[in-house]
Ligand binder design. Sequence first.
Ligand SMILES: [Zn+2]
Length: 254
Amino acid sequence: MIKGKLILLIFYVLFFSCSEAKIGYEPTAQTIALIEKSKTLQLRGEKVEQSMLRKKDSIVMLIGGSSIEVTSDDKDFVNIESMSNEFILDMKYATSNNFLKEKVYSCAKCFVRKEVAEALIKANNELLTQGYRIKFFDCYRPYSVQKKMWKIFPNPGYVADPKGGSIHNRGAAVDISLVRSGGGHVDMGTKFDHFGKEAHHSYRSLSPTVLGHRKLLKETMQKYGFKTIRTEWWHYNFKGNTKYEISDFSWKCD
Ligand SMILES: [Zn+2]
């Protein structure tokens, strides 16, 4: 509205000043008043524009994730291998064999919160009695890696938006599969990080053997406090994970 009025006034002022210049008249009191008014409106317009720009800056800051609290300490984190040697590690992000096609971890380690590790050990012990064990694809994921992943694949169905962070960043989510207790392959229907409906828990067009494997993993994990997400059979969140802060520490490699 203000801009519209401003343009109209400038038009009038230009019109009057041009016609006066041609005719050679002195500006009338009305023209002078209009010029003054247009100057005031222009100043007001600039102020509005400046305040709009300030607002835009603050939105960008929020989108940039400055509202999120990220710590760099490793409090409560444990290396799962220091607590049990019954797991298999197949950390995909420590290789380039992942959807990013890039090695984003300098070495393959599985860190989680102590409480999460204890629950995983219990679930694994139960699976061992049935001839299986847990294989890890991903555990704690530093926040800076999350941002990198989002930049490459900004799809909230598969990568958590760094704005809110991922449960992986809190050390309370794991990406896992089953292997035979002797180490043999277990068919879960799709590969890890298969971004399609075949990886959904609701997808039923799979062999009874595959459905049985997914069910065994799901029921065992749920028994020890883990929850599924709709789109990934391999992802498990530990209950009450928001009590843990989003972290950005990087583990040491030997
Ligand atoms: Zn995951």
